[in-house]
Design a protein around this ligand. Sequence first.
Ligand SMILES: [Zn+2]
Length: 219
Amino acid sequence: MKIYIEENLWDSFSFFDEIRALFNFTVEFKKYRFRDPYFLAYIRVRNPSERVFYEPLPLEIENEKRDLIQGVIYDGVELLKYFSQSIDISKPAVLITNRLIATPGDDMRYHLRMIVMSAAAVISLKGILYAPAKPPEYYIKSSLGFTEKIDIDVRKVLRMLILQFYAYFEYEEIFCSEKTCILYNCHTTEEINQVKGLCKKHVKMLEGVINPSLELRIF
Ligand SMILES: [Zn+2]
């Protein structure tokens, strides 16, 4: 398995050991850089309720070159497509980025995502903080101007997402219906907190490839 870390995140990324410890096989880490600033500027989300792409301004392309991308959200499907075409996807490959990614939901509006996956996956570290819905008190407080710390165990969620992609890649397993299972598709911080480990079915499925200490205990 290869985990690509976007270049501008590499130095501050602190989860190498935690990811390695998930699997019984070698996980390789590599730096990754998007080579096409025009494309990155092109796939910015312009309108939360419509999936349209515009010709970017020269300044936007310039800002991409210089990583001045504060507050920018990217279309997750297009970002994943680009990444997938630039690497070998015969083995599981994941890109970890700090960029915010969004894809349209059933309501056709863009929603922030923690992960977008098909033949490869893009995981957004910022998305882990911002994408899951928070309890109502959080929104009330932040609307009143209180900057409350977002209470999410990034390490836990990152490992959940990597295992979810791995199960999907190797076994075509799309999520689990058990709310305590690592493979449950969480949308809220409360759901994330309920996850405890792998359910019996998924312990069996991933037996041999995951580190045995993961079985129902580690979270
Ligand atoms: Zn399960």
